[in-house]
Ligand binder design. Sequence first.
Ligand code: 6GU
Length: 275
Amino acid sequence: MDIDIVSVFPEYFDVLNLSLFGKAIDRGLVTVHTHNLRQWTHDVHQSVDDTPVGGGAGMVMKPEVWAECIDELLGFGGAVDGSAPDADTADANGTADANGTADANGTADAPVLIFPNPSAPVFTQQDATELSRARHLVFGCGRYEGYDARIPVYYRERGVDVREYSIGDYVLNGGEVAVSVMLEAITRLLPGFMGNAASIVEESYTGANALLEHNQYTKPATWRGIGVPPVLISGDHGKVDRFRRDEALEKTSRIRPDLIERLDCATLSKADRKT
Ligand code: 6GU
């Protein structure tokens, strides 16, 4: 997977060289290129923003600068006539890239353009799964009061898969942290990224019945006077599974009733319904 990240603070992403992500880069599983948006400016001040049309506080990121940047990263030569050579043509296998269709390997060749935006739908595990199948992701980090709304419109009209996501109901200063969050959620799903694939399958928010995960315990069986639930050391795997499932259902109803509302009821067994 090739990842381009555009930001006025590209140093934010230096941390990607650490930990599991750094190992994935070293092993060639992902390539990351960070870019400073200011390199696509032409004025002495290298300005990337301007005052909002219609008035109001703050500054809005200029469409011209972003478009020069995105055209280059997506390989669009035709900025003058507005054509996008690669976006709506079918590849050799006859799969149309632009609508995100996956090829035989389950990967989509067309680049996906992603803009963090606090006013957009919330990024979910399902989005992470979908995007983990893309071959090329381009993230554009907005700062200030955001970016000109015509940017995503322009590229969508040219067949580009443009996504805008918020990462939750709170305000951040810019998109950099949001991109880091999305990037981690996406890349850890790449085959070979994690040591243990089973640990992904059993996590919260994954699978047909996305529940919060049951509690986890390790040894010792009693620590500072608090014991682990006895069933977990009973050796009865059926009982352990039932206990964990009940705990997941109970926790989710209490902490995230919205996830229960969204559950596919057909996935609930008779025993589940009793909980
Ligand atoms: Cl994607 N951006 C900013 N600036 N703030 C946010 C956000 C994104 N998601 C939640 N808060």
